[in-house]
Design a protein around this ligand. Structure first.
Ligand code: SF4
Length: 397
C-alpha cells in the first residue's frame, strides 16, 4: 500500500481577513475542544471502517485553516496521538502547522515543537504596514519577524513563509522590498500567491466602492517575473508555480505534503470542509463546524473512506485520474509528469491518451518534453507556460 498524507482543517480565525474566502469562522473558538473531539472520532471511524486493512504509513500531516495556531498545543497533540493509533507514522514524517503571526508567542512555539510539529508555514503576506492593512491582517511585519526568530529558538529548522503580491496600490518596488525582507529571514521554503479578489469578500466590496483600485493583472505578472529572478539569485529552487525551496547541503526543503497533492497521490482530509483523495474517491466534508461536530455524536458505521461527515463522495475513474495527474503534475516545474511514472501507474504512455492536447500545447510553446537521461522523458511547462498555466490545465479538463 502506498503511503498516505493527512490534512486536518482547523476552521477558526480571530477575525476574517478581508480577502479571504476559505472555510473559516471568527467567534467560534468556544467550539475548539468539541471540534478536536469530533476530529478524533472521525479518525476512529475511518480506522474502524478500514477493518484491519493497511492504509500505509502516514508520511505527511498538515494542519491548515483557518488558523490552526489558535488551537492549544495540547489539542494539536491530541489529534497527533489519535492519528498514531490510526496508522504508523513514517520515520521522516513531515508535520506542518500553519501559523498566523498575530496568534502565537515564544512559549506556544516551544510547546508546539515539543508535541511533534516539525515544520511551520507562517502567513507573513507582506513587509509593508499599508499592505497588511489592505489585507486586514492581525499582525505587523515586525511581529512576523519575531515569530520566525522564536521558531528558530524553539528548534524549527523547516520554515515556510507565505507572501501575497498583486495588491491594490502595490508597485513592483514595494514587492521587491517584501521579497528582500523574506530572503533576509532565511526561510527554507517560500509560497508566493497572486491576490485573487473573491466574490462577496469585504475586499471586493471595497474595490467596487472604489476604496481601492482593482489589482492590475499585468503588474502582478511583472511581480511574479521579478520574484522568479530574485529568488533564483538568492539560491531558491522554483519547483512549483507558486513555491520555492532552499537547498541546504544534501537536503532540499520541498513541501512534502503539497508534493503529495501535485503528484496526485492519496491523502485523507479531516475536519470541517476538508477534501480528500483516497482509495479512488474524492471526498468533501460538511463545512460548518457545529454541524460537523454534531455528525459525530452518534456512532455510524460506514465503508472506507466514508464517514458521517462526508457530504460529497465522487468515484474517480481511470481517465479522470489521468487528467488530474496531468493537471496537477504540470504545476511541478522541475519534475513535470514523467512518462515512466505515468506508465507505471496507468499502463499507458502519456501520448497514448493525450497526444492531441500535448501537440496543441507544444505548438503554442506552453509545454515541452524534457529528457531525463534514463530513457524516460517528462512533459513540463515552458517558462512562457508558467504565465499561462491555467490555459494548459484547461486542455486536460
Ligand atoms: S487568517 Fe487566513 S484563513 Fe483566517 S481569515 Fe485570514 S486569510 Fe482567512
Amino acid at each position: 500500500m502506498e503511503n498516505v498524507s493527512i490534512y486536518v482543517h482547523i476552521p477558526f480565525c480571530k477575525i476574517r481577513c478581508g480577502y479571504c474566502d476559505f472555510n473559516t469562522y471568527s467567534g467560534l473558538m468556544h467550539l475548539a475542544e468539541g471540534y478536536v473531539d469530533a476530529v478524533c472520532r472521525e479518525i476512529t471511524s475511518l480506522k474502524r471502517s478500514l477493518g484491519g486493512k493497511d492504509i500505509g504509513k502516514i508520511k505527511t500531516l498538515y494542519f491548515g485553516g483557518g488558523t490552526p495556531s489558535l488551537l492549544a498545543p495540547s489539542l494539536i497533540d491530541k489529534i497527533i496521538r489519535q492519528l498514531q493509533k490510526f496508522s504508523a507514522f513514517a520515520e521522516d514524517i513531515e508535520i506542518t502547522l500553519e501559523v498566523n503571526p498575530g496568534t502565537v508567542d515564544r512559549e506556544y512555539l516551544a510547546n508546539i515543537y515539543d508535541v511533534g510539529v516539525n515544520r511551520l508555514s507562517i502567513g507573513v503576506q507582506s513587509a509593508h504596514k499599508k499592505e497588511l492593512e489592505i489585507l486586514d491582517r492581525l499582525h505587523g511585519y515586525e511581529e512576523a519577524v519575531r515569530v520566525v526568530e522564536f521558531s528558530r529558538n524553539s528548534g524549527f529548522d523547516n520554515i515556510s513563509l507565505d507572501f501575497i503580491y498583486g495588491l491594490p496600490n502595490q508597485y513592483t518596488k514595494d514587492w521587491v522590498e517584501s521579497l528582500k525582507a523574506a530572503i533576509s529571514l532565511a526561510p527554507e521554503h517560500l509560497s508566493l500567491y497572486a491576490l485573487s479578489v473573491e466574490p462577496g469578500t469585504p475586499l471586493e466590496k471595497k474595490i467596487l466602492a472604489s476604496v481601492y483600485p482593482m489589482p492590475d493583472e499585468d503588474a502582478a505578472a511583472d511581480m511574479y517575473e521579478v520574484a522568479i529572478e530574485i529568488l533564483d539569485g538568492a539560491g531558491y529552487t522554483h519547483y512549483e508555480i507558486s513555491n520555492w525551496a532552499k537547498r541546504k547541503r544534501q537536503e532540499i526543503f520541498y513541501s512534502m505534503h503539497n508534493l503529495q497533492y501535485w503528484r496526485n497521490l492519496p491523502y485523507i482530509g479531516l475536519g470541517a470542509g476538508a477534501h480528500g483523495f483516497v482509495s479512488g474517491y474524492r471526498t468533501i466534508n460538511e463545512s460548518f463546524p457545529q454541524r460537523y461536530i454534531n455528525l459525530f455524536k452518534d456512532d455510524v458505521h460506514m465503508p472506507f473512506p466514508q464517514t458521517a461527515a462526508i457530504v460529497d463522495l465522487v468515484k474517480i475513474d481511470n481517465y479522470r485520474e489521468m487528467q488530474e495527474t496531468m493537471m496537477m503534475g504540470l504545476r511541478l516545474l522541475e519534475e513535470g509528469v514523467s512518462d515512466l511514472t505515468f506508465r507505471n501507474r496507468f499502463g499507458l504512455h502519456i501520448e497514448e491518451i493525450f497526444e492531441k492536447e500535448i501537440t496543441r500545447l507544444i505548438e503554442k510553446g506552453l509545454v515541452l518534453w524534457a529528457d531525463n537521461n534514463n530513457g524516460d522523458r517528462s512533459i513540463k511547462l515552458t517558462k512562457f507556460g508558467y504565465f499561462l498555466a491555467n490555459q494548459v490545465f484547461q486542455e486536460f479538463v
